[in-house]
Design a protein around this ligand. Structure first.
Ligand SMILES: C[S@@+](CC[C@H](N)C(=O)[O-])C[C@H]1O[C@@H](n2cnc3c(N)ncnc32)[C@H](O)[C@@H]1O
Length: 299
């Protein structure tokens, strides 16, 4: 698979793992639902391969979803606004970042958010207890330059324009929208990653509630894939999924973790993937919910 376009680096993005995750999806299906979309790496990867016709992109982080919507639907506006904000940092670049951060925390303007994502260390969003964005700038860089950002914006927009419904709801409301013929890809906030257990992301989810949601999907025979937890070296982070019926657990080799590389260790990170077993049956995706043959449309 060619390099998957992205808007900006986003912590926990599945951009690098996407080709391995897509191996568990059929060549064609009706809709991909991403209730924890983040940077929507899996939707972008799927549309690159023309696998799904429609996408539901959701994240509880509203400015993030509004940003994706503007990028997809109004790419020229996004390019112009980003350039304006980025170009304003000539005099004191660090102070400029803090000013934009303050403005973002007052207005929630998605284009301010794009600049913050592009300028903070590795797209690692951080929020304080009151929900205000409080990540510091990467002092060695000025953030993605406008020409690179323009390319990123147009690449993402070209792939997704006219195919996406955007939402900013709790994941459970999105799951209720699923129909036979759809696939739900879920990448909830980590329960813990190497060396860090803090306020990453906007919100967390309850493990027990999530387990109940997955059990119901198995009962309803809805196809889904979940990225859950991580293993770094021989350490396990978070709880295992206690469901075995209708779900297959796969350990994806995600390579060396950034943390391990930083510490000069040779530890491999494994990412747990839970795949609904209906996805592993070749007959499951023959027809969409309108009764149309899916595989006959494979290009
Ligand atoms: C691990 S990230 C997803 C990364 C994504 N797969 C990507 O490739 O960029 C988890 C996302 O879940 C979102 N989130 C947290 N709680 C949520 C909830 N209750 N409902 C929907 N989204 C939620 C976070 O804002 C975060 O963007």
């Amino acid at each position: 698979m060619a390099k998957i376009p992205h808007l900006v680096q986003y912590q926990g993005s599945k951009r690098n793992l996407a080709p391995k995750i897509l191996e568990y999806m059929p060549r064609k299906f009706t809709r991909l639902l991403e209730p924890f979309a983040g940077s929507a790496a899996i939707s972008i990867a799927c549309t690159m391969e023309n696998r799904a016709e429609k996408f539901i992109i959701n994240d509880l982080n509203k400015p993030l979803v509004e940003l994706l919507k503007i990028v997809v639907e109004e790419p020229k506006y996004a390019v112009r606004k980003y350039k304006e904000i980025w170009s304003d940092q000539h005099y004191d670049s660090i102070e400029h970042y803090y000013q934009i951060r303050e403005k973002f925390n007052i207005t929630n303007d998605p284009l301010f958010f794009l600049y913050l994502l592009a300028r903070c260390v590795k797209g690692s969003v951080r929020y304080n207890a009151d929900g205000y964005f409080n990540q510091s700038p990467d002092k060695r860089r000025k953030g993605t330059c406008p020409s690179t950002m323009e390319k990123n914006i147009f690449d993402v927009s070209t792939l997704l324009k006219g195919k996406v419904e955007f939402y900013s709801l709790d994941y459970k409301s999105i799951i209720e929208m699923a129909l036979p013929g759809d696939i739900i890809y879920m990448d909830p906030p980590y329960q813990g990653v190497c060396g860090e257990r803090d306020s990453r992301y906007y919100s967390g989810i309850s493990h027990d509630e999530f387990v109940e949601v997955l059990k119901k999907l198995v009962e309803d025979n809805i196809a889904f894939i979940v990225s859950y937890d991580g293993k770094c070296g021989n350490k396990n982070y978070g709880k295992e999924m206690p469901i075995t019926n209708g779900i297959k657990h796969i350990q994806l080799n995600a390579g060396r973790s950034t943390q391990a590389t930083f510490l000069g260790k040779n530890e491999i990170t494994y990412e747990s993937l839970y795949v609904s077993t209906n996805l592993l049956k070749s007959s499951f995706f023959k027809r969409d919910y309108n009764g149309n043959e899916l595989f006959s449309r494979v290009s």
